[in-house]
Design a protein around this ligand. Structure first.
Ligand code: ADP
Ligand code: MG
Length: 362
């Protein structure tokens, strides 16, 4: 096993295809995950995330292409030789074993002596903040605690690569939010390379160094959270990331970008072609009464609905051309005072730096 214990592993996915009969679950996927990086695979259900992750784990075979860990070709290597930690959605703990026995299991399976297995397991439990829980039964733990036991079991043998497939999806929202921050911190502590599958864009934005967006077995964009959010490649990525609405644009005379009868200003690159959309992100819109210079775009419409969501109000606006967009107003005293009425005309401002124009996905 030389090589595996020298620093962390980069992962290279090289022209990988996976067919199930006539279905292309993975279609020529190329991806490089840097050593120590937190990479999320993000996409809707059926886009090929689990297929790719299980190929990285060795639980599934490629139809063609290669997988490298560092410089080593592991395409045909069985899972137990890959030295990876794995956490799945249903994290399959052994219900008849204690917390400690569960965590020590991978070490015992590797033939480690009882005393050192115990010591390393206790250290792993401390890492996931379950110190003192070692003698409990699995059945006596909450969902979040079980999740952490599964994590401890995945990290106990100090793998260089950790794979996770929607590990938080069974938890309620509050616990999920906490675990996202914990997983982020755990990754910083361990420094291991992580590949994390999720269909939840907010989760991916919260935790990842980079995100690989998948659609129909293809990678459509691989970027940092901020780049994905601010520079989506097409309407699919734009609609999937953040809280945005896509409004069709037309090309006017001398290539002007027309939203209805309004010519839009943008300081951003404008794609070629004519099938274009304005990606309107809710947080980028200001009420006309907010300070905004003359260079800002003005979007006119009327309020069609106002939804109270606690920390903020979501305000739906029907633009003059009939398209529906929305923006948010913070739910504080000032914000409430400036709240428009349903049915009232209003004008929203959008800065040219925030005027994101995307082409239709291929
Ligand atoms: P995701 O994890 O993004 O939801 P999957 O990787 O599970 O997507 O599935 C990708 C596609 O491959 C889907 O269309 C799915 O139905 C299909 N698929 C996955 N596993 C199998 C299998 N064992 N046999 C046949 N089709 C499969
Ligand atoms: Mg899946």
């Amino acid at each position: 096993m030389q090589g595996f214990n020298e620093g962390f592993e980069s992962v290279t996915v090289d022209k990988v295809c996976k067919h199930y009969g006539s279905l292309k679950a993975l279609d020529n996927v190329d991806l490089k995950v840097e050593a120590g990086e937190f990479m999320s695979l993000l996409g809707p259900s059926g886009s090929g995330k689990t297929t790719l992750l299980s190929i990285l784990g060795g639980f599934n075979r490629v139809s063609s292409g290669k997988i490298l860990f560092g410089e080593r070709d592991v395409t045909l290597m069985p899972p137990h030789k890959r030295d990876i930690g794995v956490v799945f959605q249903n994290y399959a703990l052994f219900p008849h074993m204690t917390v400690l026995e569960n965590v020590a299991f991978p070490l015992k399976a590797r033939g480690e002596k009882a005393a050192s297995a115990r010591e390393r397991s206790l250290r792993a439990l401390a890492t996931v903040e379950l110190k003192g829980y070692e003698d409990r039964d699995i059945s006596a733990l909450s969902g979040g605690q079980r999740q952490r036991v599964a994590l401890a079991r995945a990290i106990v043998f100090e793998p260089k690569l950790i794979l996770m497939d929607e590990p938080l999806s069974a938890l309620d929202k509050q616990l999920r939010d906490i675990m996202q921050i914990e997983l982020r911190a755990l990754h910083k502590r361990l420094g291991a390379t992580m590949v994390y599958v999720t269909h939840d864009q907010r989760e991916a934005l919260t935790m990842s160094d980079r995100i690989a967006v998948m659609k129909g077995g293809k990678l459509v964009q691989v970027d940092t959270p901020r780049r994905l959010h601010d520079y989506p490649n097409d309407d699919f990525v734009a609609s999937f990331i953040g809280e945005s609405t896509l409004v069709p644009l037309k090309r006017g005379s001398s290539d002007a970008l027309m939203l209805g009868t309004t010519a839009l200003r943008t300081n951003r690159p404008v794609p070629v072609g004519s099938d274009l959309f304005l990606a309107v992100q809710a947080e980028k819109l200001l009420l006309d009464t907010d300070a905004a210079g003359a260079e800002w775009n003005r979007l006119n419409g009327k309020v069609s609905d106002i939804v109270f969501q606690g920390e903020s109000l979501k305000i739906f606006v029907e633009l003059e051309g009939g398209q529906q967009i929305s923006f948010r107003q913070s739910s504080h005293h000032e914000g409430n005072l400036r709240l428009p009425q349903v049915g009232a005309p209003l004008s929203l401002r959008l800065h040219p730096e925030d005027t994101i124009v995307v082409p239709k996905a291929a």
